[in-house]
Every structure is written in structure tokens, then in C-alpha cells.
Design a protein around this ligand. Sequence first.
Ligand code: PRP
Ligand code: URA
Length: 209
Amino acid sequence: MSTLHIVDHPLIQHKLSIMRNKKTGSKDFRELLSEIAMLMGYELTRDLPLEDIQIETPICKMTAKTISGKKLAIVPILRAGLGMVDGLQKLVPVAKVGHIGLYRDPETHLPHEYYCKLPPDIEDRIVILVDPMLATGGSASDALTMLKKHGCHNIKFMALVGVPEGITKVQAEHPDVDIYVAAQDECLNEHAYIVPGLGDAGDRIFGTK
Ligand code: PRP
Ligand code: URA
């Protein structure tokens, strides 16, 4: 069974509260999402393997640590996942970025694929799939299935807010994928929006409503 990590550092909780406030505009919303993604990324990359390298400081030779082996890929689910990419890229500038386009049907709430472009060597990379909202879990679960069809076998999923329904679905369908959220909210409403949540993340990032 995958592990659910709730990354509830005080800075993250504070920033998330500002994002939840309906009075917060797109500029601040985007900046806060990026900052939280970076703070969560710090925790998510905690177990990256290290190896020894030989270097020379201005004083002497030494054995120093460097991140070893597998490289990273960041894969946002379009659109809202885009808001988490630059925060993670600040931590890992050499990470490649893939894109998965999914939209949720407003009636059925089921995800529909409209785009997929991934780095050619994605199967050799540790993949961080990102999307701020984990609601029914349909989008995250389908995106994980798409990544696995492309050979990915080392994947973590990072969301901002999740609810038990979506978390349970992703854990049941992808028990090998650890999930990172900043907060676990209460439930879904009749439109499958997260309660209390923060509204439509894509619209708030891009100012489309
Ligand atoms: C939102 C969100 C997730 C999805 C979550 O995207 O960004 O991708 O819904 O819902 P789920 O867990 O029930 O699948 P949306 O389909 O609204 O597209 P957008 O990001 O382009 O606005
Ligand atoms: N997508 C969003 O953007 N917000 C929700 O609450 C649920 C799905």
C-alpha cells in the first residue's frame, strides 16, 4: 500500500489558507502555489539516493555527496498542474518536464485525455506527477495509468488538497505510488468539488472565471 504524506509545515498551512480565501486574486494564488510546490518538493525529494564524488575545495580534497543514478521528471496534469512546475524546477533545475492533458466532464466528473507529451527517456526517471486538486481521484489515477503505459515505474504524486475519496481511489488503483498532499479536506460536494477546498484551481490560476 502506498503511503499518504501530509506535508503540513506551518509555512505551507499559512500559504494554503491565503489560497483558500476567495478574495485572493490570480497573481497571489499563482505565487503561493509555486512556493508551496517548492516547500513540498523539499519533503518529497528527501529520500533521493546519494553517492560519493571526489572534489577539491579551496582548502583540500574531500569526498562529497551528490544525487546519484536516476534523474527526475516533473509531469503536470493540465491545466492546474502547470502552477506547481516552476516551484519544483527551482529545486531540481535539470528535471525534464512532460505534460498530460486531462479535463473533467462537468456532468459525469470523469476525466478525458486530450494531450500527452513525455520525455523520451521517461521510463528511466523518477517521475513527480503534479496536480493541485485530488477530488474523485479519476484524473490522477488515469494520469498514473498513462505514465505506467509509457514504462514509468518510480512515480510519486503531489497534490495540494485531497479528500479521502480520491486518496482511497488512487491508493487502491496505484498501490506503488506515494501520495503527498498539503491538506486532507472533508468531502466532495454534489459537483465533485472539494469541501472546503479552494474552488476551481485552473480557473483561479489562469483567471478564466
Ligand atoms: C481539475 C484538477 C484536477 C481534476 C481533479 O482539473 O486540476 O485535474 O480537476 O478532479 P478529479 O480528482 O475528480 O479527477 P479540470 O478537469 O477542472 O481541468 P483544468 O485544470 O483544465 O481546469
Ligand atoms: N477540480 C478543482 O479545480 N477543484 C475541485 O475542488 C475539484 C476539482
